[in-house]
Unconditional design. Structure first.
Length: 155
């Protein structure tokens, strides 16, 4: 991972290039590497997770996401069941690419991201639905937070 990545698009392009060079099995291994990099859930969110809040219900794997937008910059915190390392890896990839980025860059992410990463042929359709749900959950939360930050709540 290059330290001078500028935009979300550049970060995701870099990840897509990295995944494109790999065979499907190697893509799984790369996801496992990403999974190891997901920071532990901050203590301030643990009670909400334990209460079932912030869960991505469309995903079979227990995935909990907090999407905070402050000063136009996004910060993502997550907790993913350890028995789902590929899903955890995908969440870690998104958290890495999105955290600290301007909200408008995240809102410009194409819904074809998962296909660009070559994950469609690597993972099954059920997981694909879950990954799409995770991406859309983040996009919805960023959109909601940005609308709420506008004068008159975005009206």
């Amino acid at each position: 991972m290059t330290p001078t990545r500028e935009t979300v698009a550049e970060r995701l392009d870099e990840a897509a290039r990295e995944f494109a060079e790999l065979e499907p099995r190697e893509r799984l291994e790369l996801l496992l590497e990403y999974a190891e990099s997901l920071p532990k859930l901050p203590a301030r969110y643990q009670a909400e997770r334990d209460a079932g809040e912030h869960r991505v219900h469309e995903c079979q794997t227990p995935v909990f996401l907090w999407v905070d937008v402050e000063g136009g910059k996004v910060q993502i915190s997550a907790d993913v069941a350890p028995e789902a390392p590929t899903v955890k890896g995908f969440v870690a990839l998104l958290a890495d690419a999105f955290s600290g980025a301007p909200a408008e860059e995240i809102l410009a992410v194409e819904p074809t991201l998962i296909a660009r990463l070559g994950l469609l042929e690597t993972l099954g359709m059920m997981r694909m639905r879950g990954l799409h749900a995770i991406l859309h959950y983040i996009l919805r939360q960023v959109a909601k937070a940005t609308a709420a930050a506008r004068p008159n709540g975005g009206a």
